[in-house]
Design a protein around this ligand. Structure first.
Ligand code: NAD
Length: 512
């Protein structure tokens, strides 16, 4: 099927949603490079969102009853559908988000890989198992299983409009939940495409994954629409609002928020490799990456060489919307204002611009800043643009100290040839994930959890933790044989407690 036909399917699906919800208000999504309209989508109001969640409820029961094998087979059909239409989806991502087609392919590849891992591991991670009952309940069998929560609301951002929400959607579906997804108002066509693809690939569980579109009010309505869990990915200020809305009904939340990730370049680092990775980590996707590298701390031994390598690497980079461009425009025009404010603040505080620093029609040149004080916005706040600050430090210890002196703590990177040294630094980095001698790699390992600390959020997607995030642990005991003395009965003999105290003294009393 061609992209045009595919988009017809998407539009038809959206139109269907409009009719079903009798929502009349619509909004346009546009190509950030040209301003051309990509699609028109309904603004789902509170009633429409609630209706969608109510439709998801019986779908969740049916989806749950399919069991691990039934779900695995359907999730495989979904990823097969995505894999066969990768270029069509990548074209749409390029048009609506602005990133180069090749980057969109990479993003979709990661999402498919996570879908496969989540579906293939759900039974092993979540399925019923017998656990040791322990001394006090030795006459009982004990069972543990992780049950689906029901309907999971997913609110997503625009920067990785396939990969990021799929980190919640794939794991929530694999765990047996239905999902209602609210994509960013900047990328509704991609969200609608993903849901239309689901309906086409998995027609017998079509309502297990639905999409509602709109702005913040639609997201807020989703928090209050009776969902059993809300997975939010976006900025910390919005995250606070989402938590407040969810608190009204004690809806548990997963918070995947922004970052200010640092790279530490140690004395023995491969400087050229570190510079190459830092430039990719900072500039790819126009720097609009939650786990993008925004700060580098290079030891004084390697600082000059590192800065020279970075300058060399950025010379060849150019933003644009053509096939040769390294990255696209800012997806959200207002983000350019944030970047400008950070550049101005850095300059006012004595920072020097070694490369870039210019913003034209939403395209930001690759920008390298040095001598930027640690108190400036460009070091303390998430910039979310193709910018990099490089600071000279005495040694890796000082680098770690400055890295950890941040309200955020999402990912990070360490460059060192010494495995022990690098592992030690990685462990002590205050972040949810760290890549050694590379950047962002942890996101492409489906068996590793992904999530932050501090202002970067809490809870985990990906891996075993990501599957468990969308479940409730269920504990069951079954008495195998009755004991002659039942301690949890009013009929217990008076001396039973003394006997128990003696046993505990023997077993635990020797520990000091
Ligand atoms: P945002 O917070 O502006 O919006 C995120 C989503 O929340 C959108 O769908 C938006 O419509 C919705 N929303 C807005 N107001 C709402 C409200 N009151 N109630 C409910 N929903 C509401 O974020 P953004 O600009 O779309 O995304 C960029 C941010 O996301 C950056 O900070 C980035 O670092 C972060 N991010 C984090 C991760 C991660 O995994 N930790 C991944 C990607 C992006």
């Amino acid at each position: 099927m061609s992209l045009a036909e595919e988009m017809d399917t998407v539009t038809a699906a959206s139109a269907g949603t409009v009719d079903r919800h009798a929502t009349t208000e619509t909004f346009e999504s546009t190509d950030p490079a040209s301003g051309a309209v990509v699609g028109v989508f309904p603004v789902h109001d509170a009633a429409a969102v609630r209706e969608t969640v109510e439709r998801a409820r019986p779908a969740a029961s049916r989806w749950g009853l399919l069991g691990y094998d039934g779900r695995k087979q359907r999730l495989a059909a979904y990823r097969g559908y995505l894999a066969r239409r990768m270029h069509e989806l990548a074209d749409l991502v390029h048009r609506e988000n602005g990133k180069p087609h090749a980057d969109a392919i990479l993003e979709i590849t990661l999402a498919i890989d996570h879908l496969a891992w989540a579906a293939n591991h759900a039974r092993k991670v979540l399925g019923p198992r017998k656990v040791h009952a322990g001394m006090l309940a030795a006459n009982h069998a004990a069972y543990l299983e992780y049950q689906p929560m029901g309907v999971v609301g997913v609110i997503g951002p625009w920067n990785y409009p396939v990969f990021t929400p799929m980190g919640s959607i794939a794991y929530a579906l694999s765990a047996g939940n239905a999902v209602v997804f609210k994509p960013s108002e900047h990328t509704p066509a991609i969200g609608a495409w993903l849901a239309a693809a689901w309906r086409a690939a998995v027609p017998d569980a079509a309502d297990a994954f639905q999409v509602v579109t709109g702005f913040g009010d639609t997201g807020s309505a989703l928090c209050r629409a009776g969902v059993d869990k809300l997975a939010f990915t976006g900025s910390a200020p919005t995250g606070r609002k989402v938590m407040a809305a969810c608190a009204e009904n004690l809806v548990p939340v997963l918070m995947e928020l922004g970052g200010k990730d640092a790279m530490i370049v140690d004395d023995d680092a491969d400087v050229a490799a570190a510079a190459d990775a830092a430039v990719w980590g900072a500039m790819s996707n126009a720097g609009q990456t939650c786990i993008g590298i925004e700060r580098v701390y290079a030891t004084e031994k390697v600082y000059d060489a590192f800065v020279a390598e970075v300058q060399k690497k950025v010379e060849g980079l150019r933003p644009g919307s053509d096939d040769e461009a390294a990255y696209g425009p800012m997806t959200m025009a207002s983000q350019a204002d944030v970047v400008q404010r950070h550049l101005d603040d850095a300059a006012a505080k004595g920072g020097r611009t070694l490369a870039g620093g210019t913003i034209e029609n939403g395209f930001i040149a690759p920008t390298v800043l040095v001598d930027v004080p640690e108190t400036s916005d460009a070091v303390r706040e998430e910039t979310f643009g193709p910018t990099l600050t490089i600071a000279k430090v005495r040694d890796a210890e000082q680098a770690l100290e400055l890295t950890n002196d941040s309200a955020h703590g999402l990912g990070g990177s360490v460059y060192s040839k010494s495995k022990d040294r690098a592992m030690d630094l990685a462990r002590r980095m205050r972040s949810g994930m760290t890549s050694i001698n590379s950047v962002l790699t942890f996101a492409s390992v489906p068996s590793l959890p992904f999530g932050g600390v501090g202002n970067s959020g809490f809870g985990r997607i990906h891996g075993e933790d990501g599957l468990k995030e969308f479940t409730r642990a269920k504990a069951i005991t079954r008495q195998r044989v009755p004991l002659p003395v039942n301690l949890m009965s009013f009929g217990r003999p008076a001396q039973a407690a003394d006997a128990l105290a003696r046993v505990m003294g023997l077993v635990h009393g020797r520990h000091r």
